[in-house]
Ligand binder design. Sequence first.
Ligand SMILES: NC(=O)c1ccc[n+]([C@@H]2O[C@H](COP(=O)([O-])OP(=O)(O)OC[C@H]3O[C@@H](n4cnc5c(N)ncnc54)[C@H](OP(=O)(O)O)[C@@H]3O)[C@@H](O)[C@H]2O)c1
Length: 273
Amino acid sequence: MLRPFFPFKFPFTPVTDVAGEVVEIGPQVTAIKVGDKVVCKLNFTKGGGLAEYAVVSEKETVLRPDEVSSADAAGLPIAGLTALQSLKSIDTKFDGTGKAANILVTAASGGVGSYAVQLAKLGGHHVTATCGARNIDLVRSLGADEVLDYNTPEGQSLKNSSGKQYDYIINCTTGVSWSVLKPNLSKNGVVMDIAPNVSNMLAFICGIFTFSKKKLKIIVLSLGKDDLQFLVALVREGKLKTVIDSKYPFDNARDAWAKSVDGHATGKIIIEM
Ligand SMILES: NC(=O)c1ccc[n+]([C@@H]2O[C@H](COP(=O)([O-])OP(=O)(O)OC[C@H]3O[C@@H](n4cnc5c(N)ncnc54)[C@H](OP(=O)(O)O)[C@@H]3O)[C@@H](O)[C@H]2O)c1
């Protein structure tokens, strides 16, 4: 059914985020040499990362400094860039010189959410976050000003203790619908939805044809190398960290995959080889 949108060819090797060492380069590669430690984002439709050797484009490859572990770097490409794109789309300045906003990050314990909370705080925003009870302390440690357990009435309704509506919501779960998000938005508030469910897709389409000031935008990752470099630098400077759920040896990649699709990881799942 999805073949027209994702023209994968089988057999398909999944995974787009890799960190590793360069063993061979093509004749036109100039910025990278054999032996370099790198982190890369592979093409989403081609994948190829879940393998001992991956073919990557120089355009999506960034040098990994020694201070950044390969696991920390490997977490960054898709999740870190999606979080970064959400915050850049509202003109966040990551040195804190921009305009502060009141932001909600849902599923803040996930891969994207855990980076989004940290980047929002670097931007000087006030951050409310949702996650499960077991991750409240972790999400607070990432900088969130207030954390709501999504299994409580406050977490379900997304209401913070001050009752203040959000200027922006970075929605990182399919589990929250527009009918819950909308009343929590301030007058010109915007939802940046990275995981839209059907109701939110409809809200996005309706928003194009109506004059409602409250909007839902769908975020589809389009950032590349420069932004990945920016994230790697933040990790090197100790301003951003990768939350690692678990590490699996290559032989147990099947278990790692099952854990990933289960939707209950805390941060990123890393496969080592
Ligand atoms: N648009 C894009 O370009 C883009 C890029 C990357 C990812 N995505 C999508 O974005 C979504 C998030 O990705 P991810 O990798 O960050 O997810 P993830 O790591 O799988 O998120 C899992 C975490 O979310 C928490 N969670 C689940 N439902 C929740 C809810 N209703 N409220 C609050 N927390 C909840 C879980 O907590 P518990 O274990 O306690 O339940 C778990 O810690 C996925 O649907 C993914 O496909 C989109």
